[in-house]
Ligand binder design. Structure first.
Ligand code: ADP
Length: 253
């Protein structure tokens, strides 16, 4: 059985400040389908802040409020997932990590035992960072880094990143009409990995740099990453279910 990690970002999971329920349902349906194809699936999901905001509209401009919103929204997010997984006869579970869990071999070992046990019992682990105690991913990164660590330390062959962009391009496709999709990437340059995250940098806008850093980390550890659209799931389905690489970018050494 092949183990995979799916990471879905907040841009995909939310719409107009609330959780995008239909998109969540499509994602859950995809996971059910993958499980029927004998994949073990771990989900890394953002969306807690947006879910919290629907209950209490605090100003999201400051980090303290975001931490509070994550605490308010996390149970609602999981409730929404639970209701959707139930439609497919599946149980899901909440696993919250603090950022430093992957610094400690002892903690990694304990966490892996729990994840393995959930998967053995056909339960989908839904992982998020505990944003109330660790703010790094909340401020920057949106779980890209966390999901790469999850894939590596819990022994998944591949990380699937479902994004608001459908692939990695030679330049930002939202700013350049002539940007070309890169179907397979086997090497990422130091410049690309260290590009500044500023709105004026033609390469490093949005969250693409944290995705490249995750891909680089995984390739260096003999694993793969696939970046595809989270709005339209046909490319990821074709890739995982039919074994056809139509759209999306495969990062593989
Ligand atoms: P997520 O959906 O995971 O939150 P982000 O919005 O953080 O994704 O990152 C994806 C964004 O990165 C895209 O919408 C795109 O505008 C931007 N981007 C910048 N450079 C590139 C590139 N070379 N290829 C693809 N996307 C890029």
């Amino acid at each position: 059985m092949q183990r995979l990690v799916i990471k879905v970002g907040s841009h995909v999971l939310t719409q107009d400040g609330a959780v995008a329920s239909m998109r969540m349902l499509a994602l859950v349906q995809l996971i059910a389908e993958l499980k029927a194809h004998k994949y073990e699936v771990i989900l890394v999901s953002s969306g807690a802040v947006a879910a919290g905001y629907t209950l209490l509209p605090l100003d999201r401009g400051n980090v303290a409020n975001k931490q509070a919103l994550a605490a308010i929204g996390q149970p609602l997010l999981l409730k929404m997932y639970q209701e959707k997984f139930e439609k497919f006869g599946l149980l899901c579970s909440q696993v919250l990590f603090s950022a430093d869990v992957f610094d400690s071999p002892k903690h990694i070992k304990h966490a892996k035992v729990a994840i393995d046990t959930l998967l053995e019992n056909n339960v989908v682990p839904i992982i998020n960072e505990n944003d109330t105690v660790s703010v790094e991913e909340l401020v920057f990164g949106d779980n890209d880094r966390l999901s790469a660590h999850v894939a590596h330390y819990f022994d998944a062959q591949i990380l699937i990143i479902l994004s608001d962009i459908d692939a990695f391009y030679d330049k930002d496709p939202n700013r350049y009409d002539d940007a070309k999709r890169r179907a397979v990437v086997s090497e990422i340059s130091q410049d690309e990995l260290e590009a500044e995250h500023t709105p004026n940098n033609e390469f490093a806008t949005g969250g693409i740099v944290t995705k490249l850093q995750s891909a680089d980390f995984l390739m260096k550890h003999g694993r793969e990453m696939f970046l595809a659209s989270g709005f339209e799931l046909s490319d990821v389905k074709a890739f995982l279910v039919d074994g056809e690489h139509v759209g999306g970018t495969l990062f593989k050494k």
